[in-house]
Ligand binder design. Structure first.
Ligand code: SAM
Length: 213
């Protein structure tokens, strides 16, 4: 569920790694400090990790290189193909999404995702957090990095700024997908038994670290 944006990745899969490294002017600020953001998610993760929205496998690769066991979930076939080209058979990446996915065959201590949680509506985000709250033991973590805004005004301001710069694809993307505000996310995490902190990583992306109480 929450798969309505998969068509975008049919074509974007081929050039995605160029976008994250600043080749697309409209998304340069979104992907600013991309590698540092992924490295921070790795630092915050435990040893057995479930990753949603693997994409071309950049975070997966960093998690594996730091010795973690990773169970990857990715709904887009072209993205899974790109990830396999990068990672070979060193990892399990299965078809699934944030809400419907094959369960790993061992307990996991961390659920991670970068640049993907905004594909879910706020209602779906809460369903996912509720589900993860039941899967994780006390001390288990959700570590996400994704675009979010301090409030609706900050969101509207970013749309205006994108339009003023002529970044119409970015402005459309901001309006089409489901970028949340921090207070909404905070209330979802706390309602489902997590303590949560938010740290800004660039002008768009926040690191969300939620620990099961
Ligand atoms: C912008 S890419 C991010 C890829 C990678 N995590 C990264 O940080 O570079 C978003 C990814 O989320 C995937 N995606 C889209 N809808 C999803 C869903 N409902 N559940 C899980 N992943 C989804 C897309 O196929 C795509 O691979």
């Amino acid at each position: 569920m929450g798969r309505e944006f998969l068509d975008l990745f049919e074509t974007w899969a081929q050039s995605y790694d160029e976008s994250v490294h600043g080749h697309d002017e409209q998304y340069r600020d979104v992907f600013a400090e991309y590698d540092a953001i992924l490295n921070t998610v790795v630092e915050k993760s435990g040893n057995v990790v479930l990753e949603f929205g693997v994409g071309t496998g950049n975070l997966t690769q960093k998690l594996l290189r730091s010795g973690k066991t990773v169970y990857g979930i990715e709904p887009s076939e072209p993205m899974r193909q790109k990830a396999f080209e990068k990672l070979g058979d060193t990892v399990t990446i299965q078809d699934g999404d944030f809400l419907s996915f094959p369960l790993p065959n061992e307990p996991i201590d961390t659920i991670v995702s970068t640049y993907a949680f905004h594909h879910l509506t706020d209602e779906e985000k809460e369903q996912a957090i509720s589900q993860y709250g039941k899967m994780l033991n006390k001390g288990g973590k959700i570590v996400f990095a994704d675009t979010a805004f301090v409030d609706r005004e900050a969101f509207e301001q970013m749309v205006i700024e994108a339009k003023e710069k002529g970044f119409h694809d970015l402005a459309e993307d901001l309006k089409r997908e489901y970028y949340p505000t921090l207070p909404v996310l905070e209330s979802m995490f706390t309602k489902h038994g997590f303590s949560v902190s938010f740290v800004p990583m660039n002008r768009f992306v926040w690191l969300m670290e939620a620990t099961k109480q």
